[in-house]
Each structure stands twice: as C-alpha cells, then as structure tokens.
Ligand binder design. Structure first.
Ligand code: LLP
Length: 417
C-alpha cells in the first residue's frame, strides 16, 4: 500500500472504494473519518506475504488507530497487537484479539496494567528499565505467574525523522542502553518470576529510509548472538514499527522491501521476527472528510475555515505535518491559495497551509493519509465532540463509531454545592 489506491475519482467525484464521499457526508455528517476495508486488508497481507516462510508475528501498534472494528478486522486476519496501556489491552481483548499475540510496550506501565496483562496471558512484556523488571517480577510472584519478558534495548541509531517521534537515540527516554543490556539480561535470568523470551527495539516513526532499520537490526543481532553464546535462549526478535508512508513527496521503501531487508539481516537465525507497524498499516487507508464553513479573503491571505480542527487531526499543529487536501468534487475554474484552518481559537489550528483550491461555501474536502494518529490523537478541546468514523466495504459505508454528543462530553462532570 504505497498510495491512496482505494480513494479514487470517478467522474470528478472522490470515492472510497465504491462509496461516494458526498453520500457519506450526507449520511454521517462532517467531520468524519473514512477508512477503506480493502486497503487495510491489502496492507496487512503485503506485510504477511513479505515474510515468506520466516516465522513471524505482525503486532499492529494499536495507538495508531484503536477503533474496535479495525482491531477486530486485523484480529481476524491473524494479526497480533502492540499495546501501550491497560486501555489498549481491553480494546484488543474486546475486539477478539488473541492475548497470546499481544506485546506490551511503554516506559511507564503501572501496576494495574501489568496485573491485567499478566491475568490475560499476553505473549510478552517489552520491559524498558531495570526497575520495571523488578516490579514485574514482584507482581508475577504475587499472582503466582511467570511473566514472559523481552528487554527493549536502545540501539542508539539516528532514525532521521521528526525529533518528537525519534526514539532510538541514546538521549531518548526509551529502552535500556546497549551497554547495560547484557548485565540486565543476566540479572533477569536469575529472577524467579520472569522468563526471558525476546529482544526488542523501536527506533522511531515515519522513517523513509531502510538503512536505520538495518543498522538497528544488526546491532540487535550482535547482542542476540552474544546472549545466546552465554546460554540465554532468545525466542523472538522484535524490531518495532516505524516504516513511513507517503504523505506528499516522501518515497519510503515498500512494505515488501522493508520486510525483505529485515529478513535478510536476520539471515539463517531461527528466531521468530516480530514487528510493530502502525502507520504503514493504517495511515493511507483513511481520510478525514470535512466541509468548508466559511471563506475569508483578507488582504494578504485567503482562509478556508473548515469544520475539522486541530482537535480532530492534531498532526499539523503538533509536528507541522503535511496532509494532502483534495476536493471531493472537482470543479472547473480558478484556484486560490488558501490557508485551510479549523474553528479552534489558536493560530496553530490549521489543517494545511498554502493549498491551491477552488472553493465555495459548503464544499467537501478530503484530508488524506489520516488513518494513523488521526482519530486516536483527537481530543475534545474547545468542547468539540469527536468525529464519527466510517468503514467502507465496497459500496457500503458502515458507521464504526458514532459522532460524540455534547451530553456525553459533560456527563461525568459535577457542579459543587
Ligand atoms: N512500537 C512502539 C514501541 C512505538 O512506540 C510505536 C509508535 C510503534 C511501534 C508504531 O510506530 P509506527 O509504525 O506507527 O511508526 N503521533 C505520531 C507518531 C508517534 C509514534 C509513537 N510510537 C505521528 O502522528 O506521527
């Protein structure tokens, strides 16, 4: 899945698979996230096939998009899951995910979350510090269980991506330093209620080159060989997520090339390979549908004020991220250069800068590549109910999350006497 193959123009109108986005906006309102079922299946299968006969498990990074319908679809395809909270654990279990295919990442797992994951019988805890290991051992002991563990090691590799989403440099908060890894593995081996099963890393997100992945993989394999020589048996190597997608001019490696390169670096070793893709599975399978509320032609700039805002799609405000913005209905006539902005009271509330569009009030726009870290990072800022989510399957659009109501937003608040 390298482009928006499931979103195409037919007679000048944008479709999701065979469903008209004009009709979807009419039925479900805007702003609305729209996903293509076929595109998600295709992306998953591209990953799966690329491993050929190397033993593997794809653990979808739930944080990218945690809608139950999406998790359920992936579970049905055989996917595993990478979770980072008790909430995500509950979602995966509720969506029919197999607990024995769940890995639990994150620097700050709390005791309740660890207990819940131990009770569920997950595949592995990706442990990020010595203190966490001690805590986990203690909790497992109390529960009369043995926790399967992998240490997340920080390979100190420059992912060459946005600094906020780069995680594998030694100055980042993530993982155990390479220099400490052997000592902590040896210590973990002595613990009575943890069982070492794997080795793990994740160097960052939206990587558009293959080299940093291979550099990290080689460092991890070097460590793996050392550990095995010392008699530690490592069952799996988890190489994290991070494969980038095309938002604009980027040319990330294809899923197939990326997986093949990982498999080649692992070579003849027998360890099962785990990966934790989020964005590359779901990013280009979704868009955000929005409607133009007002046009404002100021002396120096033209503004298109749309009904989606930074609370719906935070990526532009937070990372200065680019998302392509397409008209849902193409029309002839001159284009203007617009600042596409939302109704939220912040200058940082923009969806796109300097976009060449021909717009009139009430036009529909599609904000592309919004399947990953769109809905999952949305908020209720400005007391804005979160958007609806729709999954298209052929010519049918299914509502997979109803638009929030304002009553729901304030239901748990309380005025004091
Ligand atoms: N595994 C771990 C341990 C992670 O922390 C992440 C993402 C992934 C896997 C999945 O990475 P992916 O394949 O999606 O690149 N909100 C940011 C992205 C933050 C990524 C955080 N960790 C954005 O909108 O670009």
């Amino acid at each position: 899945m390298s482009g928006f193959t499931s979103f195409t123009y037919q007679h000048g109108q944008l479709y999701a698979e065979a469903a008209s986005l004009v009709d979807i906006a009419k039925e479900f309102g805007t702003p609305c996230y729209v996903y293509s079922r076929a595109a998600l299946i295709a992306a998953y299968q591209e990953f799966d096939r690329a491993f050929a006969d190397h033993d593997h498990l794809i653990c979808y990074a739930v944080k990218a998009n945690s809608n139950l319908a999406i998790l359920n679809m992936l579970a049905r395809l055989g996917s595993g899951f990478d979770i980072v909270s008790g909430g995500e654990l509950l979602r995966v279990l509720k969506a029919g995910g197999d607990p024995r295919k769940i890995v639990f990442s994150g620097v700050g797992k709390n005791q309740d979350e660890m207990r819940a994951a131990l009770a569920a019988g997950i595949l592995c805890f990706n442990v990020e510090s010595e203190m966490e290991l001690l805590s986990l051992n203690q909790l497992a002991k109390e529960m009369n269980k043995v926790a399967p563990v992998s240490l997340r090691v920080n390979p100190d590799v420059d992912a060459k991506t946005h600094p906020y989403i780069s995680t594998g440099l030694k100055e980042n908060k993530f993982g155990i330093p390479m220099t400490e890894a052997e000592r902590i593995y040896a210590a973990a081996h002595e613990f009575t209620h943890v069982h070492i099963t794997g080795l793990d890393c994740h160097i960052g997100s939206q990587l558009t080159a293959i080299d940093p992945f291979i550099e990290a993989s080689n460092k991890m394999l070097n460590l793996l060989d050392h550990l095995e020589k010392q008699g530690l048996h490592i069952e799996h190597l988890d190489l994290g997520g991070g494969l980038g997608i095309r938002y604009s001019q980027e040319s990330p490696p294809s899923i197939k090339d990326y997986v093949t390169a990982l498999c080649n670096s692992v070579g003849q070793r027998k360890q099962r390979i785990l990966i934790e893709p989020g964005r590359s599975l779901i990013g280009n399978t979704g868009l955000l549908l929005t409607r133009v509320e007002y046009l404002k032609h100021a002396p120096h700039r033209n503004f298109a004020i749309v009904d989606a805002a930074m609370n719906d799609l935070m990526r532009p405000a937070l990372y200065d991220a680019y998302h392509e913005i397409l008209p849902v209905v193409k029309k002839p006539g001159d284009v203007n250069t617009y600042q596409v902005v939302g109704p939220v009271c912040e200058t940082g509330d923009f969806i796109g800068h300097d976009r060449k569009l021909n717009l009139t009030k009430e036009d529909l726009l599609a904000v592309m590549s919004a399947g990953a870290y769109g809905m999952s990072m949305s908020s209720n800022y400005n007391t804005r109910p979160r958007a609806a989510e729709v999954m298209v399957d052929g010519d049918t659009a299914h509502l997979i999350r109803a638009r929030e109501t304002i009553e729901q937003l304030i239901a748990s608040e309380k005025i004091l006497d």
